[in-house]
Design a protein around this ligand. Sequence first.
Ligand SMILES: O=C(O)C(=O)C[C@]1(C(=O)O)C=C[C@@H](O)C=C1
Length: 287
Amino acid sequence: MKRVAILGPSTFSEEATRHFLGEDFTYVSYKLISEVFNATSSGETDLGVIPIENTLEGSVHLHVDWLVHEVDLPIRAEWVFPIDMNLIGYPAPEGRTDESNPFGYIRKVLSHHVVPAQCSRFMKQYLSGAEFEQVSSTAEGVRIVSSLQDPSVAAIGTAIASTNYGVPMLQKEIQDHKDNMTRFLLVGKEASELKPSEDMKTTILVTLPEDYPGALHQVLSAFAWRRINLSKIESKPTKKKLGTYYFYIDIAGSLDSVLLPSAIQEIEAIGCQVRILGCYPSYPYTN
Ligand SMILES: O=C(O)C(=O)C[C@]1(C(=O)O)C=C[C@@H](O)C=C1
């Protein structure tokens, strides 16, 4: 069975990956996302799972940075998964209940750094008196809460973490929007057989030539006149020289098509550097 590195256990990454890949894989949990990348890069696992973007938070920059700067792991698939955030902790100790705020007794909240952006309304309304402390995953927060057994410290995470660590669910579905989704990437050195998908995507990094006014316009027009759809374009620092950027571009389409390779050739011809991060199937959420 192929081995898949995930941030886990009892995380959203685990829930999303089990839903997508099923049980024909061996899941190997790591505490840090850097360990997921390293395990996949070193061959300890065949594949790795990276949360890359969220409806409410946007790109997870740290993970994009790892993908671009630290490893050379092609993207093999992407899928989206709904994210229901839950407040997990112990009930108010006797004498500490507050009519105006049922969670006013919570002084500290532990979770992954992407979580406050996904639960900002709930946190503003009920947890404004609590300090937020970042931990390596949502499940790690729940694990710490279970070890402390202190009602003033709570976590935000998955329903499965609440069950597995035996910490009560205080409030379900506290994310700002019902349709909160996270996009996950499957990365790995070798291609894996996956279920067929109607949609293919290609992700490229483009570095513009210096001293070429209008270069970005030319890049975009190479796609535009071929009617190739870009689903995302983000500029990011190259980290080599202050003020220099590359563009992270998600393209709807496959490198096997006629038009996309010629668009890439056209932008290389004006002096752009192009790195292909992957050409892969994309899957919408299906229940
Ligand atoms: O901490 C977890 O549970 C994770 O799987 C990580 C992660 C992320 O990095 O975006 C995954 C999905 C949710 O958006 C929140 C956290």
